[in-house]
Structure formats: C-alpha cells, structure tokens
Design a protein around this ligand. Structure first.
Ligand SMILES: Nc1nc2c(c(=O)[nH]1)N[C@H]1C(S)=C(S)[C@@H](COP(=O)(O)O)O[C@H]1N2
Ligand SMILES: [Mo]
Length: 302
C-alpha cells in the first residue's frame, strides 16, 4: 500500500484547526449527498466540489518560479510585470506564422467561462473559474500543417521584472508541450482571465495554458511563443528531473511521484472546511480524455 501523502510543502492545514462541531455539521451536510459512503464519495464530490476557490485563494498561493520558489512570491513580485503590450510568436508547422499582438491573436475568438479542477503535482488542488478561448480555436485560426504532431509552449523570461529569472532558479524560459490531439481537445484552454477579470499577473497574465486533466506544471504561464513541431518538445521539468516529471503528466492517483503518493490531495481554502480528498483519475475528466490514451501504458507514459 502506498504511503500516506507526505503533504510535500506545508504542515498544518486549516482542517487541523476546524472546531469539531463544525466539522461534524459539515459531515452531516455531505452525508445528505452520499459523501460518507465510500461508494458515494466520488459522485458527491464531482457534484459538490466545483465550487470555485475565492479569488484571494487563487491569487495568493501560486507556483510561478520566474518570481521565486515560495507560494507567496508570485503575489509579492508579479505586480512589476509589464503585460501590455504583449505579443505571442507563432511558429513551426503553421500556415500563418508570425509575431501576433495579443489582441490580434484573440480577435474573432469567443471567450468562454470554464470552471475546472486544478491539481498540482505537489498534491494540492483548487477549483478555478477561468475565462479563455479553446486552444483548438486559436490553432485553427493560424492553420496547423499536416506534419505537426506536438505543440510547444514558451513562457516569458524577463530578468528585469522577474526575480526568479534573474536568480536563475530554473532553466528559463519555462517550456512545456502537448501532443497535438491533447492540444486540440475541447477542454484545453488558453486562459485570459479568472472570475471575469483579466488574468491576475501571479496566475500567468496575460495568457496562459490550462489543461485540467494534467498536473498543474503543464499549464505554462505568460506565454510568448507557441510552436507546432513534428517531434516531442523538451520541457523544463522533464529535462530537470525525468524520473519525477514526465511529458504526459496526466493526473493519476495510481501512479505515485517517486517521492510521494498521488492518491489524495489537499484542497486549498474552504475556510474552516479545508480537507483532504481522493484524487480522481485524469483529475475527474476521465470520461472526456481517457480515449486520448487508449493503448498507452499510463505507468510508463507518466
Ligand atoms: N511559466 C511558468 N508556468 C507555470 C509555472 C512556473 O513556475 N512558470 N508553474 C506551474 C505549476 S507547478 C503550477 S501548479 C501552476 C500554478 O498555477 P496557479 O498559480 O495559477 O494556480 O502553474 C504552472 N505554470
Ligand atoms: Mo504544480
């Protein structure tokens, strides 16, 4: 049996200080939805859990190493980031490559709201109400050529405004990638906002990737370049530690990180109701995305 998750980066959660009477009340409430029976836990969770985290939670507990290692660093330092004007270079196997002003890139594309679960590989999670355009719509707009098999994403690396870049905390620019079918999947979003407001800087302003069935590190922030390639792109985390961070990085409670369990996650926030819950296969999006991986060994292609 897998060891209990070591809760990699934090000690106490707010659940630790929950008065017992409130906790019991909460359990009684959830019991009505079937949460107390093991069999009922997942459906109840799927229905109840998509209550978004508060904007305060979403913008004060971040990973954005360009601004530092600590969860508070992005909120502390990202205010200095210049996000306008902003342009995104589109290159590789596309019909209409070029350096696009963000407004031109998004022109004609419909911004949608998507409330998604978000699961970091460190085993914490939130629910975030994104605004954005399907990546597929953008790729159709620039015209994907027939030889393209992958999409590569590159984040801004501007040392003058990003202390983590200046300090060389990682091998910047931050790079990520998706297989073309993953990139074209309707769940995959280029997010431009949260709660109907422009993307907060600490969350990856002005435009970032969101692939909700994958660990959070796939969702590269503050994108400056999107490339269509015929070979699997090298990604920052895979290059740094290939045993720990694979290219696919699909959320999978059955495949542990070498240093901790992925079977459960710590839900950020919830005030007095903070809790730990079972992690869902593909982060709860199994019905939508499992077909992408038919015939693949998910333990090998982690
Ligand atoms: N450019 C860049 N993108 C990044 C990261 C980063 O350090 N740099 N961190 C990743 C990780 S590990 C996570 S969990 C999410 C966090 O997104 P959030 O802070 O908006 O919740 O961003 C991902 N995208
Ligand atoms: Mo993460």
């Amino acid at each position: 049996m897998a060891a209990r998750n070591s809760d990699v980066n934090l000690g106490l959660t707010r659940a630790d200080v929950t008065p017992k009477s409130l906790w019991l009340n909460r359990r009684a409430l959830l019991a009505g939805a079937g949460a107390l029976s093991l069999a009922g836990a997942l459906p109840a969770r799927a229905a109840a859990e998509l209550t978004p985290n508060s904007l305060e939670e979403i913008t004060s507990y971040n990973n954005f190493y360009e601004f530092g290692f600590d969860k508070e660093d992005p909120a502390r330092h990202a205010g200095a980031l210049t996000t306008s004007p902003w342009s995104v270079e589109i290159d590789g196997l596309v019909d209409r490559p070029g350096s696009y002003a963000l407004e031109d890139l998004l022109a004609g594309l419909k911004v949608e709201e998507r409330i998604y679960r978000f699961r970091c590989v460190e085993a914490w999670s939130m629910v975030i109400p994104w605004n954005g355009v399907p990546l597929a719509a953008l790729l159709e707009k620039v015209g994907v050529q027939s030889g393209a098999k992958y999409v590569r994403f590159e984040s801004l690396a501007r040392a003058e405004e990003m202390p983590g870049v200046a300090a060389g905390l990682l091998d910047f620019p931050y790079r990520e990638g998706l297989r073309l079918d993953e990139a074209m999947h309707p769940l995959t979003l280029l997010a431009t906002g949260i709660y109907g407001e422009p993307m907060p800087k600490q969350n990856g302003a002005p435009i970032r990737l969101v692939a909700p069935w994958k660990y959070g590190f796939k969702s590269a922030k503050s994108l400056v370049k999107i490339s269509l390639t015929d070979t699997q792109p090298e990604t920052t985390w895979q290059k740094l530690q290939p045993r720990e961070y694979g290219f696919y990085a699909n959320v999978n409670p059955n495949v542990d990180h070498p240093r901790w369990s992925q079977a459960s996650e710590r839900v950020i926030g919830g005030g007095l109701f903070a809790k730990r819950v079972d992690t869902l296969m593909f982060n709860g999006y199994e019905d939508q995305v499992a077909g992408l991986y038919k015939g693949q060994d998910l333990a090998a292609d982690y």
